[in-house]
Design a protein around this ligand. Structure first.
Ligand SMILES: Nc1ncnc2c1ncn2[C@@H]1O[C@H](COP(=O)(O)OP(=O)(O)OP(=O)(O)O)[C@@H](O)[C@H]1O
Ligand SMILES: [Mg+2]
Length: 284
């Protein structure tokens, strides 16, 4: 009877045991939650990494497709120029040979040959236009700056939309892929101005700054809906963006209700192969 513990002592021990048990359970719960969070975090990081790498893959694929398309265009342009151009020229020579052999009494035949010859001449002209559209050979002959200048003039002539070109880097030469990319971006931007902007004026500017080469195409039209700038359905805009990124550059399109639309492409100065140190006054 004497070594019997008082009942409250027993209760205290039980309470202590219960507390310890609760503590162990809580610690286990916390460990489990921390573990789960860690696993989720690792999975999230892995998913982000996968997303980043597939985005890079897609970007590289887009750049590859653009260069394949440009090469194929060059091949088709050469075939058109060499094969069809030669055939049409020999057709024209043949027609004028026949015409010389005709006697004055064969007037109806002479008329027919004259009309066929005119058709052949216009076919040759269209062929040249198609070939130079496919492969801007003028880029090699004139260089980017003069080509853009003539593009602005042609655009104005075709559409009636006043188009100005200005640059502070008139003598610079660019590597071919950069020149083609800039030219194609300008062509796509001008086509958009003509088709969508309802503008009366457009300005192309190619400016060399300390931090890069800046291309802008601005119009004074109705402005572009922001949703369309990032929409996957805007394939023309996506193509321009991919071309700029493939050059290691950046791309931006901004809408302003009052001023129309402005496209800005920034390209590293390393893409200029001659005239990198050139400065000077604006030329239009
Ligand atoms: N300068 C602009 N002013 C106003 N809206 C524009 C301008 N440029 C583009 N947009 C709008 O953005 C949309 C997407 O342009 P995008 O060039 O991607 O496609 P598109 O011109 O419709 O077709 P394409 O694939 O033949 O270029 C256009 O349909 C037009 O609504
Ligand atoms: Mg377009």
């Amino acid at each position: 009877m004497s070594n019997q513990k008082p009942p409250y002592r027993d209760l205290e021990t039980k309470m202590q045991e219960a507390k310890e048990l609760i503590h162990v359970l809580r610690t286990q719960q916390v460990d489990a939650i921390v573990g789960q969070r860690h696993i989720m975090l690792v999975r999230l990081q892995q998913a982000e990494e996968t997303l980043r790498s597939s985005r890079n893959q897609l970007r590289a694929f887009a750049a590859h497709l653009l260069s394949v398309r440009e090469n194929e265009r060059a091949v088709i342009a050469r075939e058109l120029h060499d094969e069809f151009g030669r055939a049409l020229t020999s057709l024209q020579l043949g027609l004028s040979w026949i015409s010389r052999k005709l006697t004055p009494g064969q007037q109806p035949l002479q008329e027919k040959i004259r009309s066929l010859s005119a058709t052949t001449t216009s076919l040759i002209r269209s062929l040249k236009n198609i070939a130079s559209g496919l492969r801007p050979g003028v880029l090699d002959e004139l260089g980017l700056v003069k080509t853009l200048k003539s593009e602005a003039r042609e655009f104005e002539g075709h559409t009636g939309i006043q188009c100005r070109f200005k640059t502070n880097t008139a003598k610079a030469r660019f590597d071919r892929s950069a020149a083609v990319a800039i030219f194609r971006i300008v062509q796509a931007a001008l086509t958009n101005v003509a088709r969508h902007a309802e503008a009366s004026r457009a300005v192309i500017a190619l400016m060399k700054r300390k931090d890069g080469l800046i291309l802008t195409v601005t119009d004074n039209g109705k402005g572009i809906n922001r949703k369309l700038i990032y929409s996957h359905a805007s394939l023309g805009i996506t193509g321009m963006r991919e071309r700029a990124l493939a050059l290691g550059g950046t791309f931006a399109l901004a809408d302003s209700r009052s001023k129309g639309t402005m496209l800005t492409v920034r390209i590293p100065l390393s893409r200029i192969i001659v005239g990198r140190n050139e400065g000077g006054a604006n030329q239009t």
